[in-house]
Ligand binder design. Structure first.
Ligand SMILES: C[S@@+](CC[C@H](N)C(=O)[O-])C[C@H]1O[C@@H](n2cnc3c(N)ncnc32)[C@H](O)[C@@H]1O
Length: 197
């Protein structure tokens, strides 16, 4: 499957961008190994009964952890059937669906918390993805968007960081839609956290 991320403007079939087939499954294994998710779970601080959405769950590293929090409901969308299969493999109570940041298929204001890790740079349209996350988050709810970076990116993920102007664009577009936008540097992720007004 081909897609054109807004960050490059070039069509790609990279298995890390749109994982499919055997290459996609191999990429999924690497994502599980490379992309540490524990700090994100701590940052999100999910409270009992909350409705949580993860956009672009990939092989499921984060969403399986989210399903072990006291959240009321944990849902996820990812466009790749191979990633859905991998994420479901070890069993999870999360409701895993096919979908994208720009079209999650969920209703207005359904979620207390929406999160996306290492996908924002792959969306075809930053604006359409942020509009959709805004739509599905309830007023007062929070949104966290993370990308490779942080204080100590690994040798591999160091090459995947976004240039300053693109990070600034993410932050600016978030400020146009959400309130209290803050930038946090985790050990290997740069995260923008915000609230829906
Ligand atoms: C590099 S992987 C990251 C997976 C996982 N979040 C992680 O941190 O390990 C990128 C994921 O984004 C998904 N993806 C690609 N385009 C997307 C889009 N427009 N909306 C949501 N997810 C997308 C891919 O299918 C893939 O599972």
């Amino acid at each position: 499957m081909e897609t054109t991320p807004w960050t490059s403007g070039r069509a790609t079939r990279s298995p890390f961008v749109m994982p499919s087939g055997l290459r996609g499954r191999l990429a999924g294994r690497l994502m599980l190994r490379m992309n540490k998710q524990d700090e994100m779970v701590d940052l999100l601080d999910i409270r009992a009964g909350e409705q949580v959405l993860e956009v672009g769950y990939g092989p499921g590293g984060l969403i399986r952890r989210l399903a072990r929090t006291p959240a009321g409901r944990v849902c996820g969308v990812d466009p790749s059937p191979e990633m859905r299969e991998m994420a479901l493999k070890r069993g999870t109570r999360a409701d895993l669906r096919l979908g994208t940041a720009e079209d999650t298929g969920f209703g207005d204001a359904e979620f207390d918390c929406a999160v996306s890790v290492n996908t924002v740079g792959l969306w075809p349209s930053l604006e359409a993805g942020l509009d959709e996350l805004h739509r599905v988050t309830r007023p007062g709810g929070r949104v966290a968007i993370a990308w490779h970076g942080g204080r100590r990116p690994s040798r591999v993920t160091r090459h995947l960081t976004l240039p300053d102007d693109q990070l600034e664009r993410v932050e600016r577009e978030m400020r146009g839609r959400f309130s209290d936008v803050t930038r946090r540097e985790l050990s290997d992720l740069t995260v923008f956290v915000a609230h829906r007004r």
